[in-house]
Design a protein around this ligand. Structure first.
Ligand code: DAH
Length: 344
């Protein structure tokens, strides 16, 4: 039995020498030391030994087991060390390699203009309010003093969701909401702007889209006059386009303002001298519609026009973005072509 044990030891140590990974070492361990392993089998048969032989063979068996176990342990450490060396070799960093620059997103040109406009007005003390894109016919038309036969109410101009609901055709209904709430909360005067999406039944061309963006402005206070309106518009146009830009007011007609006007901005290319871009007029675009809030509109919201007056204007933001960034076609704003958007 003694020879058997020593042979087993040699065999085990030889087999271990051949191992070069943990799985192989484990196989050897199970083969010799496992529950059904060879050494265990020998130990089980020790019962057949005489009482004199037993201590001696027991001692040898223990030595064999310890030797194999120690060898297994040192082999495992060796494998671990080799693996670490390999790993470190394969993970070596070449710090001279050029880095990969992550792509950083940009603000959409429309959002840039919207945020710039809002911040100009916030600095002037206006509240920035948002309103829903689905509006009641009452807010979008009725309370804005729009006659029942006004063409803007036509099914061919407006997206109706039901007889009483539309996709808002302008941001002016936000004025109605704000005035009604201010009256309810006893919080007059009002100075607010509101930007957002608006919808009209338009065919797409270079300057039209069925979805576009507007900004609305409303001031209601005691003693507000057309002079205040002209002054605020002039001030904010200069903030937006620079101090050399001029504004021009032309009489116009809107149901919700009286008097009403349209405002043009001097051509930013020729600075008002006249060039092909402005057809030699010196004026490049209709920027906005404006006017003194109609007494009927104030009354519809519960405000006494004998005590309060107001001015308002509404402006296409897409137009502003196109002029500001020299964008020739409104489609470019909505196609989400990264090559276009990357330029801003
Ligand atoms: N809502 C008008 C439009 O979409 C623009 C407008 C004109 C708004 C005059 C106003 C205003 O607040 O006073 O064409």
């Amino acid at each position: 039995m003694k020879e058997q044990l020593l042979k087993l030891k040699t065999e085990a140590l030889n087999q271990l020498k051949e191992c070069n990974n943990n799985a192989d070492i484990e196989k050897v361990r199970i083969h010799f030391l496992g529950k059904k392993g060879q050494l265990t089998a020998i130990l089980r048969s020790m019962g057949s030994l005489s009482p004199e032989e037993r201590p001696e063979i027991g001692k040898i068996a223990n030595e064999v087991r310890t030797t194999i176990e120690e060898e297994i342990q040192s082999m495992k450490e060796e494998v671990h060390r080799k693996e670490s060396v390999e790993r470190i070799k394969s993970e070596t960093l070449d710090i001279t390699m050029p880095g990969r620059i992550p792509e950083i997103g940009r603000r959409h040109p429309l959002m840039k203009v919207k945020e710039e406009l809002e911040s100009v007005f916030m600095r002037m003390g206006y509240d920035v309010i948002s309103g829903p894109e689905i509006e009641t016919v009452q807010n979008n038309f009725d309370d804005l003093n729009t006659p029942y036969d006004h063409p803007s109410r036509d099914w061919s101009d407006t997206f109706y969701i039901s007889d009483d609901l539309v996709l808002r055709t302008h941001t002016s209904p936000v004025e109605i909401r704000v005035m009604k709430e201010a009256v309810k909360a006893g919080k007059l005067p009002i100075r607010m702007v509101s930007t957002g999406r608006t919808f009209r039944f338009d065919d797409v061309d270079d300057t039209h889209s069925p979805m576009f963006h507007q900004m609305e402005c409303l001031v209601v206070d005691k003693g507000v006059t057309m002079a205040n309106l002209k002054d605020s518009i002039d001030q904010f146009v200069k903030e937006l386009f620079g101090t050399s830009v001029k504004t021009r007011f032309r009489p116009h007609n809107f149901p919700f303002t009286e008097p009403s006007a349209e405002v043009d901005v001097s051509c930013h290319i020729c600075m008002g001298k006249g060039c092909p871009a402005c057809n030699g007029t010196g004026w490049s675009m209709e920027l906005l519609g404006c006017g003194m809030t109609h007494p009927n509109v104030l009354r519809n919201c519960g405000i006494d026009p004998e005590i309060y007056s107001g001015y308002a204007f509404g402006m296409g933001i897409d137009r502003v973005a196109m002029v500001k960034y020299g964008i020739p076609n409104i489609r470019l704003l909505f196609e989400n072509d990264v090559r276009f958007l990357k330029q801003f």
